[in-house]
Write a protein that binds this ligand. Structure first.
Ligand code: CA
Length: 232
């Protein structure tokens, strides 16, 4: 069965061009011409990946992305009209996986779609096993252990969870609020600035030089991201 890609874009010309490219690669494509339809289609078509335009009628692309993210980890590739828009929405931490600025080559878009699908298949396999591997760093969800070069990092439960949430989506920038909500749950009314303390402790155990972190990097004014190349 072929994988379904959902394209949410009101400009028919672009939507159809991208659809033709993806269909030629063997994907099944669903189209939606506004944000509202897009969310409906998302629920019905259960796509493996979403290509989402930022400027949309009814519900804009940012809201659509937030809404998808509240229930799903499906890769979202966002199309923007300007590079400056991309920078702005990355800063808002809405949870898209990738951005492409118009005009773009459909060939490049298709290549990125394939790369994201490969990555997400890899992570869903890893997630089933509950183990993430990044070179010398191995995170085991069931045992809640983090090992670096064979040495147990002796993380607390919360430290482990923070690291695991970040490492599940390498390169993805999490705002402090988002990360806090993922680890403590949305119903927990806490001060998400306390996250700084956890991150500091985590870095002391994880990083060779905690003042120059390489695994958990700060994205100024936004939050944190995990940096690592997945290995099998
Ligand atoms: Ca548009």
């Amino acid at each position: 069965m072929s994988e379904t890609i959902l394209i949410i874009e009101d400009e028919a010309e672009i939507a159809e061009l991208v659809r033709d490219y993806l269909e030629a690669e063997g994907f099944t494509v669903a189209l939606a011409a506004d944000g509202k339809q897009g969310l409906e289609q998302f629920r019905q078509a259960e796509p493996s990946l979403v290509i989402l335009d930022l400027m949309l009628p009814e519900i804009d692309g940012m809201e659509v992305c937030r809404s998808i993210r509240s229930t799903s980890t499906v890769p979202v590739l966002m199309m923007t009209a300007k590079r400056s828009e991309t920078d702005k929405i990355i800063g808002l931490g809405i949870g898209a996986d990738d951005y492409i600025t118009k005009p773009f080559s459909p060939g490049e878009l298709t290549a990125r779609v394939k790369a994201h699908l490969r990555r997400s298949r890899y992570f869903s396999e890893q997630k089933e096993q509950g183990v993430l591997k990044y070179g010398d760093l191995i995170l085991d969800e069931k045992q809640m252990t983090a090992k670096l070069s064979g040495r147990d990092l002796l993380l607390s439960a919360k430290e482990f969870q923070i690291l695991f949430v970040l490492a599940r989506r390498p390169g993805q920038v999490y705002s402090k609020e988002q990360l806090f909500n993922e680890v403590w749950g949305y119903e927990h009314l806490g001060d998400f600035n306390s996250l700084n303390v956890y991150i500091r402790k985590l870095r002391e155990k994880l990083e060779a030089d905690p003042s120059k972190p390489v695994w958990i990097q700060t994205v100024w004014g936004v939050g944190y991201k995990f940096v690592g190349e997945a290995t099998s």
